[in-house]
Write a protein that binds this ligand. Structure first.
Ligand SMILES: CCC1=C(C)/C(=C/C2=NC(=C\c3[nH]c(/C=C4\NC(=O)[C@H](C)[C@H]4CC)c(C)c3CCC(=O)O)/C(CCC(=O)O)=C2C)NC1=O
Length: 162
């Protein structure tokens, strides 16, 4: 089950049958105090999602061999599938950023993804490059603090694919 920063600390205290300790409480405090930042970043990202992906693709994949005959992004169908995948990564990273927890990424994005990519010949290296470009474009848009937070979850997807 996907969880969030709150259920994560509660579950781990409950396993021990204890109240939240100082570490758990300070984790929660950090999560609550960054709440407005998270919501503001999510609002900006959702209003600019298509532009973020487009700019990230321009920075990373466009005009490379991958978009030419023989490349995995060649043909409109595959190009569109790639853009759609990047859109998923941005959207689910935004959910995880709001939740303050990466488990939703394991559950809904990374589960079986590597196998799917391998069987379709979708190259992981360029996919990770595009995700890293999304990270840069997003940080430029939402600012350093929220950008760093988003970066955590975009990196989580990158490592899950590699
Ligand atoms: C929400 C969770 C979720 C994810 C993550 C997801 C990914 C996903 N990407 C796919 C395909 C694909 N993914 C790509 C992506 C790329 N090719 C490249 O060269 C680029 C580097 C890269 C974009 C960055 C392409 C081109 C295909 C189509 C491959 C094919 O059918 O030949 C497929 C196979 C089925 C399909 O074509 O729709 C899945 C399941 N689906 C999901 O439901």
């Amino acid at each position: 089950m996907a969880q969030d920063a709150i259920t994560a600390v509660i579950n781990s205290a409950d396993v021990q049958g204890k109240y939240l300790d100082a570490t758990a409480l300070s984790k929660l405090k950090a999560y609550f105090s960054s709440g407005e930042l998270r919501v503001r970043a999510a609002t900006t990202i959702s209003a600019n999602a298509a532009a973020i992906v487009k700019e990230a693709v321009a920075k990373s994949l466009l005009y490379s061999d991958i978009t030419r005959p023989g490349g995995n992004m060649y043909t409109t169908r595959r190009y569109a599938a790639c853009i759609r995948d990047l859109d998923y990564y941005l959207r689910y990273a935004t959910y995880a950023m709001l939740a303050g927890d990466p488990s939703i990424l394991d559950e809904r994005v990374l589960n079986g993804l590597k196998e799917t990519y391998n069987s379709l010949g979708v190259p992981v290296g360029p996919t990770v490059q595009a995700i890293q470009a999304i990270k840069e474009v997003t940080a430029a848009l939402v600012g350093a603090d929220a950008g760093k937070e988003m970066g955590t979850y975009l990196d989580y997807i990158s490592s899950g694919l590699s």
